[in-house]
Design a protein around this ligand. Structure first.
Ligand code: PMP
Length: 464
C-alpha cells in the first residue's frame, strides 16, 4: 500500500499517554495528540492542503498562481508542502521572533520568505500582516491564504483532527485542551467533538502577553494585556476570525518559563521532542487538571494537543545558553521567599518562639516538642535573639547548670528579617553563612514566618 503523494500522509497522528509530566494521582488518562508526526512536522500541514483545495474550488487559485501568507513558520511548511506537490509559488512573511530553523525549513521547500519586525502593531505597514496584504495586491494571480480568517483553516480540524480524536478514544474523550493562535485547531476540533458529545469540555491555554484569555473572560479587547513573550505560535495581539470563544469552556494562562521548561521535560521524561507551544499547552493542562481534580473521574479521557516538533527550536529552548541568557534555565533562581514558604511541607501560620525570660530548659522542651532545631527569641512582637541546637549544645557541654538560666543570657543575635520578595540567590547566602534560618516579614504582616534550610530543600525538590 502506498500514498499517491506526500499529502496522503498528513493527519492520523498518534495519541500517546503521558505518564510523568502530569499531576500525580489523577483518576483518568491524559493523552497527547502528537502532531509532529505530520510530514512538515506540525498540525499546520492539515490546513495547508485544506486551504489550497478550498481556494482552488472557489477559483481563487489557478495554475501558475502564487500563494501568499503570513505565517509563524508551521503554516508556511504546510502550505509549501502542498504547493510543491501541486506546483504553486509561495511567498511568506514571518516575524523576527521566529526561530531561524523555521525560516530555513520554508526555504528548503522552495518558498520565498520575508522576515518582518515582531514588535509593531498589526496595522503598521511593516507588520507581517500588512506586508502580506500589500504583496497580494501587487502580484497578479496571487492569493492571500489568511489563515486567521480563512474558514478552511477551522474546517480542516472539523474534518480531520476532531474525527480522529473521536475514533482514537472510541468516543470517550471528555476534555480537550489546546493553545490557540489563529484558533483554527481549538475551534474546529471542539466544534466536531461537541457535535458528538455536547458535554465535552474544552480548555484554552494562553501565554501571558496574549489578549485571548482576557477576551474570553470579558469579551472586551484589553490592550493592556498585550506584551512581548517568547512562546512561539500561540496567543495573539488581535482577535482572529477562526477563534470561536463560545466553544471554549475555560481559559488558563501560562508564563514563558513554565511553557519552556515543561517542553524540555516532555523531551527528557516522556521522549516527546516537541516545540514550545506543546509545553505551554501541557503546563496549562496541568494547571487546570490540578485545580479541577475533584471533578475528574476514572471515566474521563483528557487530550492535550501538541502542535509541533522540537527540531525547529534547537537554537532556542533546547539550547542551554539561550535559556540561561533569558533567565529560563533555572526556575529555582526565580523563586522568592513567599513561594518557598508556600511550597514547604511544614506549613505554619506564624513562627514558634520563646521569650527572653524563659529558661533554657523550657526552650529546649519547646524545640523538642515541635521538632525544630532553631528558635527565635521574641518579646512584645520584637525579635531580640535566636537559639540554635549548636549554641545550646556548646553551652551545656561547658556549663551543665546553664539549663536553669534565662534564654536572654545564652541567646545569639536575631535571625535576619527579610522581605517576602527576596529571591533565592540572596536568601541562600543568608542561610549558608548565618545561623541557618531567616524570618520572613513585611510591614503589615501579622506574624513572622521562619524559613530554614529544610524549607529550601523542600522547595527545590518541587521545581525541576
Ligand atoms: N503552536 C504552534 C507552534 C503554531 O505555529 C500554531 C499556529 N500559529 C499553534 C500552536 C496554534 O494553532 P492555531 O493557529 O490552529 O490556533
Amino acid at each position: 500500500m502506498w500514498h499517491t503523494d506526500v499529502l496522503g500522509t498528513i493527519g492520523n497522528t498518534p495519541l500517546v499517554r503521558l505518564n510523568k509530566v502530569i499531576p500525580e494521582g489523577l483518576p483518568c488518562p491524559v493523552l497527547a495528540k502528537v502532531e509532529l508526526f505530520n510530514p512538515g512536522g506540525s498540525v499546520k500541514d492539515r490546513i495547508g492542503v485544506t486551504m489550497i483545495d478550498a481556494a482552488e474550488r472557489a477559483g481563487k487559485l489557478k495554475p501558475g498562481g502564487t500563494i501568499i501568507e503570513c505565517t509563524s513558520g508551521n503554516t508556511g511548511a504546510g502550505l509549501a508542502i502542498a504547493a510543491a506537490v501541486k506546483g504553486y509559488r509561495c511567498i511568506f512573511t514571518t516575524t523576527d521572533k521566529q526561530s531561524q530553523e523555521k525560516v530555513d525549513v520554508l526555504r528548503a521547500f522552495g518558498a520565498e520568505v520575508i522576515v518582518c519586525p515582531n514588535n509593531v502593531a498589526p496595522e503598521d505597514p511593516r507588520s507581517y500582516y500588512s506586508v502580506a496584504a500589500r504583496l497580494n495586491q501587487e502580484i497578479p494571480n496571487s492569493f492571500h491564504m489568511n489563515q486567521y480568517d480563512n474558514p478552511a483553516n477551522a474546517v480542516a480540524h472539523v474534518e480531520t483532527t476532531g474525527p480522529e480524536l473521536w475514533e482514537q478514544t472510541e468516543g470517550r474523550i471528555t476534555h480537550f485542551i489546546a493553545g490557540a493562535g489563529t484558533g483554527g485547531t481549538i475551534s474546529g476540533t471542539t466544534k466536531f467533538l461537541k457535535s458528538k458529545n455536547p458535554t465535552l469540555k474544552t480548555v484554552g491555554v494562553d501565554p501571558f502577553g496574549s489578549v485571548y484569555a482576557s477576551y474570553w473572560r470579558t469579551r472586551e479587547f484589553d490592550e493592556g494585556e498585550i506584551y512581548p513573550y517568547f512562546t512561539e505560535g500561540v496567543g495573539e495581539d488581535m482577535i482572529a476570525g477562526n477563534m470561536d470563544f463560545d466553544l471554549v469552556d475555560d481559559y488558563v494562562q501560562v508564563t514563558d518559563i513554565d511553557a519552556l521548561q515543561t517542553t524540555r521535560r516532555l523531551a527528557r521524561e516522556e521522549g516527546l521532542f516537541v516545540g514550545g507551544s506543546c509545553g505551554m499547552a501541557l503546563a496549562g493542562a496541568n494547571q487546570w487538571l490540578d485545580a479541577h481534580r475533584g471533578e475528574l473521574t476514572e471515566d474521563d479521557v483528557v487530550v492535550v494537543l501538541l502542535p509541533d516538533s522540537g527540531f525547529r527550536y534547537l537554537s532556542k529552548l533546547y539550547d542551554d545558553a539561550w535559556m540561561q541568557n533569558h533567565g529560563f534555565l533555572e526556575r529555582s533562581a526565580a523563586l522568592d521567599a513567599d513561594q518557598i514558604l508556600s511550597m514547604s511541607k511544614t506549613q505554619r501560620p506564624g513562627v514558634i518562639s520563646v521569650t527572653p525570660t524563659a529558661t533554657l530548659a523550657e526552650a529546649i522542651g519547646e524545640m523538642a516538642a515541635q521538632g525544630i532545631s532553631q528558635i527565635p527569641v521574641i518579646e512584645d512582637e520584637r525579635v531580640v535573639g535566636s537559639l540554635t541546637e549548636t549554641v545550646i549544645l556548646n553551652k551545656l557541654i561547658a556549663e551543665p547548670e546553664a539549663r536553669d538560666q534565662p534564654v536572654s543570657e545564652i541567646m545569639s543575635a536575631p535571625f535576619p528579617v527579610i522581605p517576602r520578595t527576596m529571591h533565592l540567590e540572596q536568601l541562600s547566602g543568608y542561610l549558608e553563612q548565618g545561623p541557618g534560618a531567616v524570618l520572613v516579614h513585611d510591614a503589615g504582616d501579622e506574624h513572622y514566618q521562619i524559613l530554614t534550610k529544610s524549607d529550601l530543600i523542600d522547595a527545590l525538590m518541587h521545581v525541576r
